[in-house]
Design a protein around this ligand. Sequence first.
Ligand SMILES: Cc1cc2nc3c(=O)[nH]c(=O)nc-3n(C[C@H](O)[C@H](O)[C@H](O)COP(=O)(O)OP(=O)(O)OC[C@H]3O[C@@H](n4cnc5c(N)ncnc54)[C@H](O)[C@@H]3O)c2cc1C
Length: 495
Amino acid sequence: MLPESSDVVVVGAGNAAFCAALAAAEHGVSVLVLERAPESEAGGNSRFTAGAMRCVYDGVDDLRQLMPDLTEDEIAASDFGTYSEAQFFDDMGRVTEYRTDPDLCELLVRQSRATMRWMRERGVRFQPIWGRQAFKVGGRFKFWGGLTVEAWGGGPGLVEALTAAAKKNRIKIAYQARATALIVDDDGIRGVRVRHGGKTVEVKSRNVILAAGGFQANAEWRTRYLGPGWDLAKVRGTRFNTGDGIRMALDAGAMPIGNWSGCHAVGWDRNAPEFGDLSVGDNFQKHSYPFGIMLNANGERFVDEGADFRNYTYAKYGRVILAQPGQFAWQIFDQKVLHLLRDEYRIKRVTKARADSLEALLQKLDDVNATRALQTIKAYNAAVRQDVPFDPNVKDGRGTNGLAIAKSNWANTIDAPPFEAYAVTCGITFTFGGVKIDQDARVIDSDGAAIPGLYAAGEMVGGLFYFNYPGGTGLMAGSVFGKIAGDSAGRRAKT
Ligand SMILES: Cc1cc2nc3c(=O)[nH]c(=O)nc-3n(C[C@H](O)[C@H](O)[C@H](O)COP(=O)(O)OP(=O)(O)OC[C@H]3O[C@@H](n4cnc5c(N)ncnc54)[C@H](O)[C@@H]3O)c2cc1C
């Protein structure tokens, strides 16, 4: 049974929603979380993640505050470097082509460190991303690409910790409770209509926080807003983020904003299921392409695989793969780099070919012009700059000479057996378009005024990301704006 009323209602039960619920509860008000999914599938996209979170840190002392369990030996074996506010601003500006909303971006960057500490104080544990964000050089793990910290236990661990914190703080969680509409009048929010246990009921509340994700799991909206072909993309995460929160907000007058034709999308196993599978999590992704090349059905390269660290290219390359004939590509590697492939390459459910000669490998690649593929690889091998040393920890400048599509870094000849190839298609993560919020996470209407009592956080906020995205920012943004939304709603509920 749902309560008849609650001081604050939070729609969604992912990272943004729980951060909002926890921050609201700190004001001593009653908080109800509505989760559309059953408990077994609860937690949204957040649960599918590796839990990687991009945050500012000045060095080991900052990291120690987040990870007090770090041992002296672990610290001695790691070169964590720093990630300054200036670097974070720079990354957000560069990858969004300077379109990111400056006010929201400033909050994201400047609140990232404090918000991580706040989460830690509420029981979320963190660890360094040794496995995926650092390579061992001279006996030490050197971190690269501004992404150093992940939640303990990845996305499942994060959701588990947040759920436990919510329960500890007497926040009620209703599963299989799908919010369908906001109840709103001239004075603002009055409540929310919910489909629960086969019935539609109303929960009264003057403060509703929408944190119900983007519209990536809605094939019709994908085609409508992202464009033709996007109906064919696979959904990497939850099947429940179909744009409900965005639609409810728009129906209440919210201003749509941001990159509605844009999204985060990656290279994802060609034979992965249509929606995410919690038993595999994010492991259908194949993110070591900077160390190899990608070929399409015509046997041709189509993108600079080494344009930047994977953290700054992976989220836009799904779109590029979707645009290839048949919407797929094969990633090709040789023996020299196999040890660098991420853990996700070694799972059972993988579309993979392996052979001891290039000719034999190319014959095994479904739907690829093998003759042309061999010509492409030979031309690529001949173009690799041998005068620059290979170094996976930095943008090493070891590129190619004279190719129509250059590879800018980490270029190695593909000539040492065994050879391996992995088939990928486009996996969509989340959509970039959403609703406008202000610095208090209040939802702004299309005339520019705040809708009293309505807040939003997480994927469904528009204006932060355009075209691309720096890895680890989705969770961080959800936490920062979730906390702000909860704080604003909790404060208002007390007045
Ligand atoms: C495979 C994968 C790996 C990823 N890895 C990372 C990573 O390592 N680091 C990172 O920063 N980001 C990562 N991301 C992106 C990240 O998951 C999102 O940016 C972030 O989790 C969004 O949080 P959120 O709370 O806004 O949405 P979600 O976590 O998706 O939560 C939305 C919630 O709303 C619920 N909901 C939807 N409709 C309704 C409704 N009508 N009524 C009630 N509830 C509703 C959903 O069930 C869900 O609980 C990854 C995503 C995927 C899919």
